[in-house]
Design a protein around this ligand. Structure first.
Ligand code: ZN
Length: 289
């Protein structure tokens, strides 16, 4: 994502007022149902002139020098919302992720995560009084005790566990038939990422892993996670679904995974291309023989 978050400039009210008035400034928007896309092919986030009378503007950053704001469609009056969404369509973040370019997908994740946070932090966690937007949306400040709150990001680990050309995959009972993925879970307080990897895998499969190695990360705005992708090794024991979270967990061969990645298997479906789970699986499949 090539957006300058304008971390220094955004604290100055005069600078912000100029950005609000600048004809080239634009806004992208979302609601709890999704993000607003334009009619392009491929689509982009619908960039619109700002609605009039924005009293607490939330600035995402500068897009090639021009300000890009975030608008919560739920906060607009029906008539203003109607005007603002003209020529666009709402798509869930998952559906949008499948059609947007990589940088636009990153921008959509940022937009949704930031507006989700503003929606859920309207009251101070410290004293319960209302909070207001501060630093053009980079934080919120309590109107009573003055505490400043910053958007939170919840770290989660996602791990590809392998043993001699096999990979450990599990499925949740509420997933579509034949859908499997690598194991994942939130990091607990006081835990290192490596400890979280070992605990999650053991809880969900009974398998003990060694040498967890960090691979890559991905912001995951469902609702505000940062997925930290690992690869780890394990002895080839028989896994078993232990904590009731997974319906099934077992080893799959490299060939089974390869066939599933190319869509050739009806009995094994893997996560979509936008996901870090898919990236971990493709990377493992390419580098092993
Ligand atoms: Zn407070």
């Amino acid at each position: 994502m090539a957006l300058d978050r304008a971390s220094t400039e955004r604290a100055h009210p005069e600078w912000l007022a100029k950005r609000l008035e600048a004809p080239a400034s634009r806004a992208v928007s979302s609601s709890p149902s999704g993000v607003l896309l334009d009619a392009g092919d491929p689509p982009r986030l619908h960039r619109r002139p700002l609605p009039p009378k924005v009293d607490a503007p939330i600035l995402l950053g500068l897009d090639r020098g021009d300000a890009l704001f975030a608008v919560d469609l739920e906060a607009l009056e029906p008539a203003a919302r109607e005007r603002f969404t003209q020529g666009g369509r709402i798509a869930s973040l998952r559906d949008a992720g499948a059609v947007l370019s990589h940088p636009e997908g990153g921008l959509a994740a940022y937009l949704v995560a930031l507006l989700n946070w503003h929606r859920s932090y309207r009251f101070c966690p410290n004293c319960g009084a209302p909070t207001v937007v501060a630093q053009a949306g980079a934080s919120r400040r309590c109107t009573r005790c003055g505490t400043e709150q910053f958007p939170r990001t919840d770290p989660a680990v996602i791990v590809l566990v392998e043993n001699e050309g096999r990979v450990l995959l599990g499925r949740h009972a509420n997933w579509p038939p034949a859908q499997y993925s690598v194991l994942a879970g939130f990091v607990a307080p006081g835990e290192s990422l490596e400890e979280a990897v070992a605990r999650e895998v053991y809880e969900e499969s009974g398998i003990e892993v060694r040498d967890p190695t960090f691979v890559t990360s991905q912001p995951w705005a469902f609702p505000s996670s940062l997925m930290l992708g690992f690869q780890a090794s394990a002895e080839r024991e028989d896994p078993s679904a232990r904590d009731g979270e997974l319906e099934d967990v077992r080893w799959f061969t490299r060939r089974e995974v390869g066939d599933a990645l190319s869509g050739a298997r009806a009995d094994l479906r893997l996560p979509p291309p936008i996901s870090i789970a898919r990236l971990l699986l493709e990377r493992w499949w390419r580098t092993r023989d």
